[in-house]
Ligand binder design. Sequence first.
Ligand code: NAI
Length: 389
Amino acid sequence: MNVGIIGGGTMGSGIAQVAATSGCKVKLYDTNQAALDKAKAALEKILNRLIEKERIDNAEKLRIQSNISYVDNLKDLADSNLTIEAIIENLDIKKKVFSELESYVANDCIIASNTSSLSMASIAASLKNPKRCVGIHFFNPAPLMKLVEVIPAIQTSYETLEKAIDTIASWKKTVAVAKDTPGFIVNRVARPFYGEALRIYEEGLADFGTIDTAMKEVGGFRMGPFELMDFIGNDVNYTVTETVFKEFYYDPRYKPSFTQKRFAEAGYLGRKSGIGYYEYDENGKRVIQSDSEESHNKELSTQIFERILVMLINEAADALFLNIASAEDIDNAMTKGVNYPKGLLAWADEKGIDWCVSKLDELYSEYHEDRYRCSPLLRKMNRENKTFF
Ligand code: NAI
């Protein structure tokens, strides 16, 4: 299969590696020659590291490298069976590239976008044949993260969707099909992990370290919310939150936080700027400060964990309620896209649906904010004594 990748930055170069490893002939296109040089050098480094770890041998490295060519003309993608666009997140620029691309490729070439936040319907509308357009959303780093969300636009044909799913599955990825709605699955369902943690901090209930410790030690998450926000970058994470909030017509459940906004404005972006919620040395390694006494308070840690968990469960249940994806895909998305220790719906079953409903009702009766409203699905399941799986 011939695969054309448009944009050779972080995502495009990772997707090229995935496709080439699976035996596709890949052309990686970028308008910036320096980006192509960087992508080529980065791949060489990654493959050498895999050789050192004895995951691949030299012949495999050469095979993968020989499957990728680096091109600086969009016309070079003319013989593609599938193209995946991973350029700047700007609708007008994407639309321009898509309509030019369509004039070069064959009629049956699938034209996909790796967009995180734009609507697939709006991107597909730039094509004469929008039925061939679909969202194929990888996670960073693409070669390591198992999950890929596949997003049909309302214009997408069934055939395009099936072909996209089959191709991505053949690249040994786990596919989760998501409705064309803001944040798709992962970037929607994960919002309370950050938002509720920030809210707990803003209320003065606990400091960053205590909240992170609670999520790691009680919840089994690999990183706490503040560590993760520092890792992603407070600018990037804040922008995603703000976009999701606006796109959901200002639903208070997705309200961004002033704390994070101020951190972004101050340039306290996290690891990449040396300071965020924590401090980092020049190699991006955390400068460890001693733990506060609070973080060893087991009861407080459990309260924090349960509050964030129940908000995540509520979001996952509501995504299912609104048919954003199937229960299996929602749980896979969170365990394979962002490494959650358990699927949220399976976690809800384990905790008990009645526990989830009463926890949410407790929060609602304390705050009287719409943010804490319980999903109608959880309430119905509780009445009917049902579980997700
Ligand atoms: P990036 O900034 O690392 O790379 C973008 C590349 O596109 C650059 O090399 C740039 O030279 C090139 N480019 C810009 N305009 C172009 C044009 N008109 N034609 C050809 N090449 C052009 O960006 P990144 O992070 O790889 O993101 C790309 C896309 O993937 C965006 O839509 C983003 O929302 C999405 N995405 C990003 C994730 C991330 O964690 N970085 C995760 C999942 C999706």
